[in-house]
Design a protein around this ligand. Sequence first.
Ligand SMILES: *[C@@H]1O[C@H](CO)[C@@H](O)[C@H](O)[C@H]1NC(C)=O
Ligand SMILES: *[C@@H]1O[C@H](CO)[C@@H](O)[C@H](O)[C@H]1NC(C)=O
Ligand SMILES: *[C@@H]1O[C@H](CO)[C@@H](O)[C@H](O)[C@H]1NC(C)=O
Ligand SMILES: *[C@@H]1O[C@H](CO)[C@@H](O)[C@H](O)[C@H]1NC(C)=O
Length: 400
Amino acid sequence: MGFKALCLGLFCALCASYIYITIPGNIEEYWKVIALFTVAKTCTFMDMCFENLGIMKHGDLISMIFSLDYTQPLSDENVTVTNTIFVDTLVRLYLPKRKSEIRRPAVIYIHGGGFCFGSFKQKAYDSLNRWTANKLNAVVVGLDYRLAPQHHFPAQFEDSFTAVKFLQDKILRKYGVDPTRICLSGDSSGGNLAAAVTQQVQIDLEIKHKIKLQALIYPILQIIDSCLPSHKENELGIILAKDLGIKLVSSYLTTDETVTQAMRRNQHMPLESRHLFKFVNWSTLLPKKYRKNHVYTEPVLGRHNYSLPALMDIRASPLLANDSQLQNLPSTYILTCQYDCVRDDGLMYVTRLQNVGVQITHDHIENGFHGALSFMVSPVYLRLGLRIKDMYISWLDKNL
Ligand SMILES: *[C@@H]1O[C@H](CO)[C@@H](O)[C@H](O)[C@H]1NC(C)=O
Ligand SMILES: *[C@@H]1O[C@H](CO)[C@@H](O)[C@H](O)[C@H]1NC(C)=O
Ligand SMILES: *[C@@H]1O[C@H](CO)[C@@H](O)[C@H](O)[C@H]1NC(C)=O
Ligand SMILES: *[C@@H]1O[C@H](CO)[C@@H](O)[C@H](O)[C@H]1NC(C)=O
């Protein structure tokens, strides 16, 4: 009886989600994306129901679904794969079996999942890192970090930073890595962490060898303005809707619901943050093509008096670094997707890095959407996911 009721509930939720789904007509593999999106929406909906019924905590169901996709560290004919610990952080190491005449490059990959979900163990990340190791004959490290809402900023940043530093100090020589050929990569929240860690590594006097490259795939780069054109255009975005994005990002910072609500109204920043808005001013930093007819409005500041220094911290919002800090950055790859709530974060970083003369490669996918890289292995692969993978790996191959 209980099982039948659950099935019926699930069926109704699927139908309801389907009815509310609209996706842009130029999306590739339209029906496959609709199906994926319906399932994703149903899961978020069920998660909310379970929370309201007191069966589970918010996010528990989604974490459970993510963990179904986790893989074991399995070596293959080309790559030796092991899980190990860097300081306190769990990592997965991919060591190519092929001989190398010269010292190998290394790639550190930080996974996405809105700071709340995910792991390098997910099938898509495992394949991506394995491919990278094999194709580039590189040592690849998949990083995990403590997740929100159990852990808040700066835990996620610190885990990533500490692991990167440990790798530089203790690990590279052991595996014959050339310390001048290291790339730090990540997607979505992992792109945020990769960008923040790269900024800090470049100015850290204790770290001798700097990062050679950073690759940011549809990264989240700021949390101070939640009213960008991309937020407005993708309010009901595929996979990542604006509301969900705000919920995840605010969980990264705090458990205080007031902050989440204030972010939804774009009234979450304190008075003393006024000087930071020039760094995320989309009316000057966004190419005309993306500004369209949107009208810039000044943010409402000082509406709330909670104290949350993380809101103004460049380690949470790498876009808040000033021009002299950005000048230190290495050659950069940024991939943005048109149908992505956080698209403009990436686009503004491109402009800011170009303005200070950092070498940058920017790929924009007109019919792309946030999170597609997670769909590139069977049974749920999309051509878009495979395309993103190929673009990223071929850039690495040319530049690392
Ligand atoms: C090993 O590498 C070769 C050459 O790149 C490739 O064709 C093969 O599919 C790889 N094997 C696995 C298990 O990935
Ligand atoms: C943003 O840029 C516009 C000009 O395009 C300017 O009028 C506005 O004052 C700027 N706002 C901030 C906070 O920098
Ligand atoms: C600031 O916080 C205090 C204590 O939480 C509260 O009593 C006061 O009304 C708040 N002021 C504003 C302007 O929100
Ligand atoms: C940029 O920020 C750094 C660190 O906060 C500061 O030391 C420096 O003076 C700033 N530079 C400019 C030009 O504002």
